[in-house]
Design a protein. Structure first.
Length: 106
């Protein structure tokens, strides 16, 4: 498995995490449900640190050369993420509740 994290540092940009979250349309979120190898994508927001981004969990790995849905985050933030990193997942366990399924703005 692989975990990818991307975020935008919005401090000083005139944008706030709530604006980017509000800009996510349900059909854009739903488009990720059919991406091969994607186990989970979660959009994340930190209004205190003025950051906004996404976490993607791939099984077994992010598909090379596959077309992904449009990067709505880059459109909303006005450019590519300030930070993008990935890790090989060495251990994982599901919790009893499992991941919650939330729509934009939840």
């Amino acid at each position: 498995m692989r975990l990818d994290l991307a975020w935008w540092d919005l401090a000083g940009t005139g944008r706030v995490p709530g604006d980017l979250t509000a800009g996510l349309r349900p059909e854009e979120v739903a488009a990720w449900a059919d991406v091969p190898g994607l186990a989970l994508k979660a959009w994340i927001a930190d209004p205190v640190r003025e950051r906004w981004g996404a976490v993607m969990l791939w099984d077994p790995d992010r598909p090379a050369g596959r077309l992904l849905p449009p990067n709505r985050g880059a459109e909303l933030a006005g450019g590519p993420p300030d930070e993008r990193c990935g890790w090989r997942v060495v251990a994982a366990v599901p919790g009893p509740a499992g991941p919650p399924l939330l729509g934009p703005g939840s």
